[in-house]
Design a binder for this molecule. Sequence first.
Ligand code: GCB
Length: 602
Amino acid sequence: MISKKILFYFFGIFFLSASVVYGQGISISNTMNRNYQSLNGKWNYILDPYETGGMGGRAIIENYIPKDKSDRVEYGFASGKTLWVPGSWNMQHPELTYYEGSLWYRRSFDMSQMKEDKRYFIYLGAANYKTTVSINGKEIGQHEGGFTPICFELTSHLKEKDNQLIVGVNNSRADDNIPSKVTDWFNHGGIIREVKVLEVPETFINNYFLKLEKSSLGLKRKQIQGKLQLSGSELPEFAHISIPELNMDYKIKLNNNKEVAFSFDVKNLKLWSPENPKLYKVILEAGKDRMEDLIGFRTVETKGKEILLNGKPVFLKGICLHDENPLREDRANVEEDAALVLNWAQELGCNFIRLAHYPHQEKLVRMADQRGILLWEELPLYWGIQWDNPQVLEKAKQQYTELINRDYNRASTIIWSIANETAPIPARNQFLSELADYIRSVDDSRLISAACKKDQELDGHPDAVYTYNDPIMDKLDIISLNEYLGWYGGLPEECRKKTFKMGKEKPVIVSEFGGGAMQGFHGDSLTRWSEEFQEYLYKESIEMFDQIDGLVGMTPWILVDFKSPLRQLPEVQDGWNRKGLISEKGQKKKAFYQLQQYYNTK
Ligand code: GCB
């Protein structure tokens, strides 16, 4: 018989225990506008390359300290060994540069202001990829997914002094993960976004979802529809929502329900748009809970081959982005990181950004709301996904739920994308179609897209016309396509020979094109890796894409060079994907100005 100990080693840190919460635990949105204690800062850590959870089973979780001089312990959180949270662990110590596996973090904190009538939750903005959370020797939750929030209740486990929080994170790549094993970006491990202890009343509003009802767009009195979710046992009779600037105060009858839908009319509503990113202070109250948020109201829909924002056609002058601050070689996780890249994008003339290829930090999404930048968000449903594995579909739905709960109230996010460059085999079509239906069932205030495949798989195909009949297009509002003609197939001049034909009457976004250039390297327009080659490629590509019937926007690949272990050409790439319009040091390449010029004319 296999002993429990051997089983423990086999399953490593994710050995199941009866009282542990799996998945997200509870979803709590708008955490920045609630009471909290930040746990950002230096945390102790220990490596666990064989993923045993510490010799002797759950020893690490319990942070067992030797009782006397004879006691044997073969691990420990040495006080001097620390990692900064939030941050990619790979960038902090040479021993961790390419580390992929399990690592344990420890941090102690006091709760001297703890109140009897409050509840407490541990919230991690994101940790890549699997996470185990323990408090004072007890495991309280596990989570899978590297870019969405994690939240578990701490209330009954806390004490006033010296709470021991231990967080195990494992960033091993696996076939049944989302993303799967190979990606063209760096697998930054660890607690990559902020950590806080939230304090809320016993009964509180954990989520709320507000949207402007499309059918009221043309009316004087516009309708706002909403939904509240509450957690707790002392449900009040009513909740309130008010928007002082609109003189609106609405009473929501709860009828003992933890989830209620409601709607109300408002007069003189100014719509949110890139030209006027109007945000309203919204106050939500239920029992002892009171919270504020800043929310913009807009509609987005498609009509024929157009995207209508607030009923008017919009052209999406976009760019792709990874969630990295290249100057710090780290995951982006502070406002300054968001401001850096949004400033560049705005200088380029963008009103739109594709947040590739996974959910970015919430601070950036909120800043886009303030600045009037439209967003495309997505999950890493990318190369190599196990489409025929039902558990992977469940993971996708879970991660999408977490993302929608976090960003539903952000006017800037207008598109959820469900996949990037995935071959149209039946299992994938079935998976994506179910996912699209699921997303629409929880959020009909945005559009759905995906980077589709053309019928001619190979670049440089002799046909003059690229045709698109990817079966997933039926489920999409917008057809998006990635096309690297001139870089992965042929030379830029090939672009003159191609035209595009879509099998559906829908708007089209060119969601990627581009090529590599090393900033400061010059040659003629046929010299690979020169700024001139990239500039020429942009010129030819833009002329080709501009002819697409139904083109509503583009997001070339990519704003800034980014870290990628796939890219190892010495003295050119050295671990960086060079398709950025800006180098990792922040220097602009010639193609930046080529695209800027085009956007100035649009
Ligand atoms: C793509 C992928 C993107 C890559 C890019 C490239 O099609 O969507 O993740 O980084 O090409 O540079 O090849």
